[in-house]
Design a protein around this ligand. Structure first.
Ligand code: ZN
Length: 89
């Protein structure tokens, strides 16, 4: 067994570790939880609510954008992005 050095994202510590500094830098540059990428995940315009689920009596997550920008949590560089004041994960 060998002990290795690895790196985790500063913004989403739940992700898997990366072995090289280059790999973690690449991840952080596009991480949806990095405020610098201006994604929905860190935007003040993102609202969370619930809607009826597929099964009766169950609810599921519903996300909306108060700026009416296309809601796309899996993208970056939204022109309507603004810093989320109470951002926590
Ligand atoms: Zn990350």
């Amino acid at each position: 067994m060998k002990i290795i050095q690895a790196y985790r994202c500063e913004y989403c510590p739940r992700t898997r570790p990366y072995v090289t500094p280059r790999a973690i830098a690449a991840h952080e540059s596009r991480c949806f939880h990095n405020p610098e990428t201006h994604s929905c995940a860190t935007c003040e315009n993102l609202r969370h609510s619930h809607k009826p689920g597929a099964r009766k009596g169950y609810v599921t997550d519903a996300w909306s954008c108060t700026a009416d920008a296309p809601l796309a949590p899996l993208t970056t560089n939204c022109p309507a992005w603004k810093p989320q004041v109470s951002y926590e994960f």
